[in-house]
Write a protein that binds this ligand. Structure first.
Ligand code: BGC
Length: 415
């Protein structure tokens, strides 16, 4: 029923283009300090091009609230011009007939030549671009406060064993070892990095891309749950329900030693005027140095009713891929540009390390995996089923064996 009414609404849309000023309404969930600075760059560029920007920000987690609002706007026949949707969700909206083709703008600006195929593939529906990529985030990072580590005489860990040993020492020194944000999306973000460390990229793909039951209930997955359980011992009582950027600020202020989070966290350190390597450390999540869990943000374009808004929307799509937007946005956001042909001269060591690992793993075909926790490898239904299991495990005394069995069962039921 929902699907039928969405299709009917989509069919009502028209798309004529002529040169005139129009309005673009942009739905996103970039509301933290670093995120807001990033999206402000696009607003300014759209306005400089003579169009009007209507900001439609819906705060919350990894976009769950924004997606809910988007569905209700679409059902009522009034989707925004662009929405921050990504991964397989783009395909679902494309299947429903809602998305506008970016064929013209992508051909004129040579998108196929400047985007790596791992990025381009996600943006296309039936061979046509329907979304414009703003960046590539790496999810498997750890953010650390070096002063807190030094004061406790503890080294930055590079393996899971070192991580638990470091956490133990930090705790004995009276520090909160891990700044955790206890929401399903962030529990699962930590869990996927641990699963990657325990089982490696091939295992990760079998479990979270192929949804192979044998991998989901394997001894390796049991081991991943066992390791994940250890996180509980090193978080503070306030972790439940905490927002991710509040956890980052604990590391910024030296109230906690480290955080496991994608590099949108770097946007917060940057907004606080901190320098990587001095004021904070970015290190691959322990045990995953040779892997890259990617999370690509993109603005999908919805069919518009007036030619003026279609015009403005296409201009925005063009601007998103422009070198100057890709540079400034990503300097603020903590990610790397989606285009891999740009001068990285202004980027810091964390971004350079990210770009190097991204290119290396993409070229070798080894170690580059889509983030399950951030919608790159699964539909939202399967993702939701995984979130529920991981969070229930984290907040109960469920055994690791039961965790893996329930994970496999939940994924099968959601397929
Ligand atoms: C998005 C990021 C965003 C983060 C926190 C992720 O799912 O890809 O762009 O900064 O959520 O809101």
């Amino acid at each position: 029923m929902f699907k039928k009414s969405l299709i009917a609404m989509a069919m009502g849309g028209t798309m004529a283009v002529s040169a005139q000023a129009g309005e673009v309404e942009v739905l996103h969930w970039w509301t933290s300090g670093g995120e807001a600075r990033s999206i402000a760059v696009l607003k300014e560029m759209v306005e400089d091009a003579g169009h009007t920007w209507t900001d439609f920000a819906v705060a919350g987690g990894g976009g769950e609230n924004a997606y809910t609002v988007l569905r209700s706007r679409a059902v009522s026949g009034n989707p925004p011009a662009a929405a921050q949707i990504k991964g397989l969700e783009i395909q679902e909206w494309g299947d429903l007939g809602f998305l506008a083709s970016l064929e013209e703008v992508s051909e004129e600006n040579n998108w196929d030549a400047v985007l790596p195929s791992v990025v381009a593939d996600v943006m296309k529906h039936d061979g046509d671009y329907v979304a414009a990529p703003v960046n590539v985030h790496r999810v498997n990072w750890m953010w650390a406060n070096p002063a807190v580590f030094d004061d406790a005489g503890v080294e930055i860990p590079t393996t899971l064993d070192e991580l638990w040993a470091a956490a133990e020492e930090l705790q004995s020194a009276g520090v909160i070892p891990i700044a955790h944000s206890g929401q399903a999306v962030w529990d699962t973000t930590t869990f996927e990095s641990i699963a990657l460390a325990v089982g490696g990229a091939d295992f990760f793909s079998r479990a979270f891309v192929d949804h192979d039951s044998a991998a989901l209930e394997s001894d390796t997955m049991v081991e991943a749950f066992r390791e994940f359980r250890k996180v509980n011992d090193y978080v503070d009582r306030g972790a439940a329900g905490r927002d991710w950027n509040v956890a980052t600020s604990m590391v910024i202020r030296g109230e906690a030693a480290m955080q496991f989070m994608g590099d949108w966290a770097k946007g917060e350190f940057t907004a606080a005027n901190m320098t990587p390597g001095e004021d904070y450390i970015c290190a691959p999540f322990p045990g995953t140095a040779d892997a890259f869990t990617f999370n690509i943000d993109s603005l999908a374009m919805f069919k518009q009713r007036t030619s003026a808004s279609a015009e403005a929307q296409m201009k925005m799509a063009e601007l998103v891929l422009s070198p100057s937007f890709q540079e400034t946005f990503n300097l603020n956001k903590g990610s790397i540009p989606a285009r891999t042909d740009l001068d990285m001269g202004k980027f810091d060591d964390c971004a350079l390390a990210s770009m190097e690992t991204f290119k290396r793993t993409a070229a070798s075909g080894e170690g580059l995996v889509p983030s399950m926790a951030h919608g790159m490898s699964t539909t939202s239904t399967i993702q939701g089923a995984i979130y529920d299991t991981v969070t229930e495990f984290f907040n109960s005394d469920m055994s690791a064996e039961d965790g893996a069995t329930r994970l496999a069962r939940a994924v099968r039921a959601a397929q």
